[in-house]
Write a protein of this length. Structure first.
Length: 418
């Protein structure tokens, strides 16, 4: 089939390449001309898509990248994988709206449009469908098909591959579901059909709300057990020996990325908007998460004070700037807030992260350095925010005068665990 994947980021590019690998003719559409140039040159900027895979589908002619909407004509299935950010606590669906208008202009009878971008229940039928109908002059469920299938991208996850992760699928009617399921059956090992688009939209938000609430609960507990004199890490290890009824979550400096700090708030906003009541668990979890960097800085200030050093003028080295273990993505990473707070207190802050590509520093608010023995030893304090595999933890233990370990990976007299 002729496939369009609109949006060639961390969600769209893996889908586009995989669809091309299984035999479809795929156009990867993106309004970012620089991205398109990189893709056309066979350079992948998504960690789960090796450049060799990208070059293979380019060379075989089954994949092409384009910023020209004219290249969308004649598609059988179009998948929307554009960003859905929050703006001041309100979902911003303008990328979906713009993409839907563009696709609608090229929509023909018998074609299918699938939304993968995370959003609140009702978006597919209440927002996407009317825009497609207006732009095309066609009727959804009569002239064309549509549905929702939430992305489940997990960058760097070695246990669950892209195509090995079960794929939830839905349609606006039975015929839409049948076609959408058939498409994804050819890409994923398992598909999970549900009764409607609202169920699929909610399922995605439940997944990430579950994680946010539990991580935030453990984070808040970590801020309390330190004062109680109890090692929360040991207690979690003990609790995790229970073979049922418990899922292991661990403390950290906060959550980041494009999912956990954002997706649950879509649901909270929708509930307030439609029902005029708060979603208290999400609002509390969000508050706890947003204040974890403050707690990290407070612990660091207290540790420096015990050593007779004010934070003002101290040299602080932050290790691990991305939001996730072994990831390259630093969107919404708590490291940015930790650095901001320390800089406001007068600290000299440096950051090391071997996973962030060289030159990708424009949004980092710290001086970038390598985690060498000399750099570690020269710091008054080292904060291990993310324990990437590429960090030499033994070297850090040996050379750092003091470490605040937010991941419970280090030991020694100079190490304090969050």
């Amino acid at each position: 089939m002729q496939i369009v994947v609109a949006g060639q980021g961390s969600v769209g590019l893996p889908l586009a390449v995989r669809a091309a690998e299984v035999g479809h003719r795929v156009v990867g559409y993106d309004v970012d001309a620089h991205r398109v140039q990189q893709l056309a040159a066979g350079e992948s900027y998504v960690e789960d898509v090796a450049s060799s895979r990208l070059r293979a589908v380019l060379d075989s002619g089954v994949y092409s990248a384009s910023a020209d909407a004219a290249g969308l004509a004649g598609f059988d299935i179009a998948v929307i994988t554009v960003p859905t950010p929050l703006r001041d606590g309100v979902p911003d669906l303008t990328y979906i709206e713009s993409c839907a208008r563009t696709l609608g202009e090229h929509l023909r009878p018998g074609a299918t449009v699938v939304l993968e971008s995370t959003t609140y229940p009702g978006t597919t039928e209440e927002l996407l469908l009317p825009i497609l109908e207006k732009a095309s002059g066609l009727k959804g469920g009569v002239d064309f098909l549509a549905g929702f299938s939430p992305e489940r991208i997990a960058p760097g996850n070695k246990r669950w591959s892209f195509d090995g992760t079960p794929k939830v699928v839905s349609g606006i009617d039975a015929r839409s579901l049948d076609v959408i399921k058939g498409f994804y059956d050819g890409i994923f090992q398992t598909t999970v059909p549900v009764s409607g688009t609202r169920v699929a939209e909610l399922a995605k938000l439940i997944e990430n709300t579950f994680r946010l609430v539990n991580i935030s609960m453990i984070n808040e507990l970590a801020t309390l057990t330190d004062r109680l004199g109890v090692n929360i890490w040991e207690a979690i290890d003990a609790a995790a020996t229970k073979p049922f009824g418990f899922t292991r979550f661990t403390p950290g400096p906060g959550v980041g990325g494009h999912c956990l700090p954002v997706d649950p708030l879509f649901l909270s906003w929708k509930i307030r908007e439609d029902l005029d009541v708060p979603f208290r668990f999400v609002e509390l979890a969000d508050d706890v998460n947003r204040h974890m960097p403050d707690y990290v800085v407070r612990r660091l200030v207290e540790a420096l004070d015990k050593r007779g050093m004010p934070v003002n003028g101290s040299r602080i080295l932050l290790l691990g700037l991305t939001y996730k273990y072994n990831a390259t993505d630093f969107r919404n990473s708590p490291s940015a807030r930790v650095a901001e707070l320390l800089i406001s207190l007068g600290a000299e802050v440096r950051g090391a992260d071997p996973n962030i590509p060289d030159g990708d520093d424009s949004k980092l608010n710290v001086t970038r350095v390598d985690a060498t023995p000399d750099e570690v030893a020269a710091a008054d304090a080292v904060v291990l925010l993310m324990d990437h595999t590429r960090f030499d933890l033994a070297m850090i233990e040996e050379n750092a005068p003091y470490v605040l370990d937010c991941r419970n990976r280090l030991s020694g007299a100079n190490v304090e665990v969050l």
